[in-house]
Design a binder for this molecule. Structure first.
Ligand code: TNX
Length: 522
């Protein structure tokens, strides 16, 4: 053997014998905070030889989620990670994904992550759990894993075990694409950021006074005319049915359900401007580009209104694999209650006839709620309680805590402040189960953070208002209340600042958070 090759052999021999670096998984900053973490104080190294091994029986169910992870890792590591079946033994140095019903505590979305020096094992009952576990692994890897270009290793993970599952099954956000329209690219970007924090529902507010944003083939003028503008008089826009399906598909790949909302009977000026027959006086209204609320209503006494609702909901239901259609129902100030109640009752029947469950803003609790109708609390606990008394489940979106369009403080230039300012600590420090008397854990489906877009015009502004508050809401939805402490959270969030920055997120650097300037060494 030549001298140089002996040296090469010795060099790799030394490398192979290098003991794993001690690392403490308890020092890592994971958001949402996992239910339990146990440290074993060593490390696993992901290398160019690492593969994603999937238990044979689960291969078809997990292949695309494995590929999602491999694609994500490729950007910054440059590694061509293979997604393959393990054929019994996953081998050393790999990721190993498997499905098992054994641990019932994990539910539909939980996972167990066991990292040893030799293997990263991720097991769950369902593929959604594997997906959420992947987000945890991302957060355990060095910050540069989020870079868009190839970076230097080493790619170390602290060893230990994480046992984790969500407190609430519904963890959502809402984008108002009406007041200002946002492109499919923007919506996908938002979906990716939601997925990072284990959120699983994106509610799209698709119709309002200022714009109609989803193509309805049987009523084409809704988008041709009703979609042609937005707040401030910009050109607006809409999603074709094909584009909407693409959003649904992209979200589903990230275990996020899309919930479409058609707001009615109020917040309907865009429809009323597009079709004269929907107005009680038979005259089309003018398009509206202001920001006032509560002035429009469908004509609840006309039969054509119900034909319209049936056509719209029918087309939307056919495009929507998720179980829910949101019917709005908020701020119908010019619809007398005697007309509002039968309208909401009838619309619930229409939605149900298309095989979907109803969600509506808290005002719908004035009507007779049908089985499985869900009430979304935004303003009045009293309404939400009315819903609970009728047996409805509640989604919590209290404006005082969960509204992402509220300004952080008096210096915030974007957003509104009709409930006051909502700083990052205030958005975090609350408990769904004790927020409002008469609404307890068993009545609550989960939480949702709406981002209304009267003042929001592009993705940077979306990010600035959503982050970092949305990360805190994600933790409220996922982590048990007993584990949530602001003093602990703010440090983890401070470390996440580097991750958000690396992902190019334009977030609000609240003075209340100790933003890290360099990555802590676990
Ligand atoms: C109230 S929340 C509204 C929206 C506005 C928002 C602004 C709700 C159901 N209605 O129409 O955009 O406040 O914060």
């Amino acid at each position: 053997m030549s001298k140089p090759s002996i040296f090469i052999l010795m060099f790799f021999g030394v490398l192979a014998c290098t003991p794993p670096k001690p690392m403490d998984i308890l020092k890592e900053s994971i958001i949402p905070k996992p239910v339990s973490v146990t440290a074993t104080n060593s490390s696993f190294e992901m290398t160019g030889k690492t593969d994603i091994c999937i238990q044979q029986n689960d291969f078809e169910k997990l292949r695309s989620t494995g590929q999602y992870f491999a694609d994500l890792l490729k950007k910054s590591t440059g590694f061509d990670i293979r997604v393959k079946t393990s054929e019994g033994n996953p081998g050393s140095g790999n990721f190993y994904f498997c499905l098992s019903e054994e641990d019932v505590t994990l539910g539909d979305e939980g996972y167990e992550l066991t990292i040893t020096e030799k293997l990263v094992k991720l097991s769950a009952s369902k593929s959604a759990g594997i997906f959420h576990g992947i987000q945890t692994i991302r957060q355990l890897l060095p910050v540069r894993i989020e870079q868009a270009t190839v970076q230097e290793g080493p790619w170390l993970l602290a060893t230990g075990t994480i046992h984790d599952f969500p407190e609430y099954s519904y963890r959502g956000s809402m984008l108002d694409v009406c007041r200002h329209f946002f492109s499919i690219g923007d919506v996908k970007r938002y979906i990716d950021l939601m997925a990072y924090y284990k959120l699983n529902v994106l509610h799209l507010h698709l119709s309002d006074d200022q714009g109609w944003r989803i193509e309805i083939k049987s009523w084409p003028n809704l988008t041709v005319h009703g979609g042609s503008t937005e707040v401030g008089g910009g050109k607006g826009g809409f999603y074709t049915q094909e584009e909407y399906k693409e959003i649904v598909r992209y979200a589903a790949e990230r275990y996020i359900t899309i919930i479409p909302e058609i707001d009615m009977p109020g917040h309907t000026n865009a429809a009323l401007a597009s079709y004269a027959e929907l107005n009680c006086n038979g005259k089309a209204t003018e398009l509206y580009t202001g920001t006032k609320v509560g002035f429009s209503t469908l004509c609840t006494g006309k039969e054509i209104t119900y034909q319209f609702v049936d056509d719209v909901i029918g087309e939307l239901a056919a495009l929507t694999p998720g179980p829910y259609i949101h019917i709005g129902g908020d701020e119908s100030h010019v619809t007398p209650l005697k007309d509002y109640i039968p309208f909401i009752n009838r619309v619930q029947d229409i939605v149900r006839s298309h095989g979907k469950q109803v969600i509506g803003w808290d005002e719908i609790a004035h009507a007779s709620l049908k089985e499985n109708t869900v009430v979304q609390f935004w303003a009045k606990a009293e309404n939400a309680r009315k819903g609970v008394e009728q047996g409805a489940k509640v989604i919590l979106s209290p404006a005082t805590k969960a509204y992402l369009d509220m300004q952080y403080d008096s210096t915030t230039t974007l957003g509104l402040h009709w409930v006051g300012y909502v700083e990052v600590d205030s958005a975090y420090i609350w408990n769904p189960a004790t927020l409002a008397p008469g609404i307890s854990k068993e009545n609550i489906l989960g939480i949702e953070s709406p981002l209304w877009s009267e003042t929001i015009t592009n993705i940077d502004e979306i990010e600035y208002m959503a982050f970092p508050r949305l990360a805190g809401h994600a933790e409220i939805g996922w982590s048990p209340g007993t584990l949530r402490k602001w003093d602990d959270y703010k440090v983890r969030l401070g470390n996440h600042g580097l991750r958000l920055e690396t992902m190019g997120v334009d977030f609000y650097r609240s003075k209340l958070v100790p933003w890290a300037t360099k990555e802590p060494k676990p």
